[in-house]
Design a protein around this ligand. Structure first.
Ligand SMILES: Nc1nc2c(ncn2[C@@H]2O[C@H](COP(=O)(O)OP(=O)(O)OP(=O)(O)O)[C@@H](O)[C@H]2O)c(=O)[nH]1
Ligand SMILES: [Mg+2]
Length: 376
């Protein structure tokens, strides 16, 4: 966990809303195919570069098997009325392929870069499948070279953003600290470094520039179907980007999975030797990259997963539900998901001494089922 400390500094203290992840990569690597599978929507996926001209936004639930179990627990046995299930969500933005020279306006250039500035994280889709029918912009399949091409473009784009800001503030005596920070960032970018790997930067001060290389990265290697069960290949790909989180997917398989009813989809996954779909893995990797975790609320009306930064305290978690909850926070009634399930009801868990009363300093855990007490 320690190796992600830099990212933790970059995150806002209170996380609100859906995490937003930009899908970035060279043209024709399978971004839209993956995005389609994610959202089961019909974004144009076609075998020519720049099939995606407008940014496409899809909101995807974060898979969480606990929600259905909790809903069963809170279903009224008399009427059979079940609570509504509300999962946490991830927003994916599918953008057109980025080519060498994009930061100088090649391909779709800067207009596209602007679309991903506001995202919380970057998911680089990297082509690792062989298919002579699908053109590669550089005529060869080489994941590492592709990652370097994309990284270089993001670094150049950040360099431009830093230079633009420097030109504005350099002569302003009141901005001396910002200027120093920008100079430091400039030197790192100039040396070809991703800013996220630097520990000496005041990320809070640089936040408003929305620099790409300060955002957490997740890598999705798009392999052929056979590649899915090729353990040495998977390890080799993961090692290319470690310690950044990565997933191995086959966009074509994900596309098929997304069209199947759940039981047939699990059957296909089993046949392919996979425990979960690549998309489920991607949603989790996104949470990991952003250093986010969930906590749960449950009752007869609604069972819900909420997203908060790892390390968030009970009042901050309350604030994810409503700002008034954070302001008027008194305490949190907390029960572990496993304890609640084992007890069979909240009353039984309470009788068994499994429900704790936690105060302001309590640091939330990912399997907490919580009820907040607050003043309004
Ligand atoms: N064999 C194979 N082909 C794939 C796979 N994923 C995508 N393709 C094909 O690759 C072509 C491009 O896919 P897209 O998803 O449109 O690629 P993209 O990255 O969105 O491309 P741009 O939007 O142009 O940047 C299509 O013909 C897809 O069918 C895969 O896993 N295996
Ligand atoms: Mg596309």
């Amino acid at each position: 966990m320690g190796k992600h400390a830099v990212i933790a500094i970059f995150l806002p203290k209170r996380y609100s809303g859906s995490m937003k992840i930009a899908i970035v990569g060279l043209p024709n690597v399978g971004k839209s195919t993956l995005f389609n599978a994610l959202t089961r929507s019909q974004v144009l996926a076609a075998n020519y570069p720049f099939a995606t001209i407008e940014p496409n936004v899809g909101i995807v639930p974060v898979p969480d098997a606990r929600l259905a179990k909790l809903a069963a627990l809170y279903t009224d046995p008399g009427s059979g009325r079940a609570p509504k299930i509300v999962p946490a969500t991830v927003t994916f933005v599918d953008v057109a392929g980025l080519v060498r020279g994009a930061s100088e306006g090649q391909g779709l250039g800067n207009q596209f870069l602007a679309h991903i500035r506001e995202c919380d994280a970057v998911c680089q889709v990297v082509r690792a499948f062989d298919d002579d029918n699908v053109t590669h912009v550089d005529d060869r399949v080489n994941p590492l070279a592709d990652i370097q091409t994309i990284n270089t473009e993001l670094i150049l784009a950040d360099l431009q953003a830093v230079d633009r800001r420097l030109a504005k503030v350099r002569k302003d005596a009141a901005q001396r600290r910002l200027v120093a920070e920008l100079e430091k960032a400039r030197a790192a970018l100039d040396a070809g470094e991703l800013l996220g790997s630097r520990r000496d930067l005041d990320t809070e001060m640089l936040r408003e520039l929305q620099l790409f290389t300060l955002k957490p990265f997740v890598f999705a290697f798009n392999v052929s179907e056979a590649g899915l069960s090729d353990a040495p290949r998977r390890a080799e790909l993961a090692a290319l980007v470690s310690p950044a989180p990565s997933v191995v997917v086959c966009a074509k398989v994900e596309a098929s999975l997304s069209e199947l009813p759940p039981d047939e989809a699990s059957e296909l996954l089993r046949e392919l030797g996979q425990e979960e779909s690549g998309l489920d893995a991607l949603a989790r990797a996104g949470q990991q990259a952003l250093r986010l975790q969930s906590f749960l609320t449950a009752g007869p009306k609604e069972v819900r997963a909420w997203t908060i930064p790892i390390g968030a305290t009970a009042p901050q978690a309350a604030g994810a539900i409503h700002t008034d909850f954070e302001r008027g926070f008194i305490r949190a009634e907390v029960v572990g998901y496993g304890d609640l399930l084992a007890a069979g009801s909240l009353a039984a868990a309470r009788a068994g001494g499994k429900v704790r009363s936690e105060g302001r300093d309590y640091v939330m855990r990912p399997d907490d089922v919580v009820e907040f007490r607050f003043n309004v």
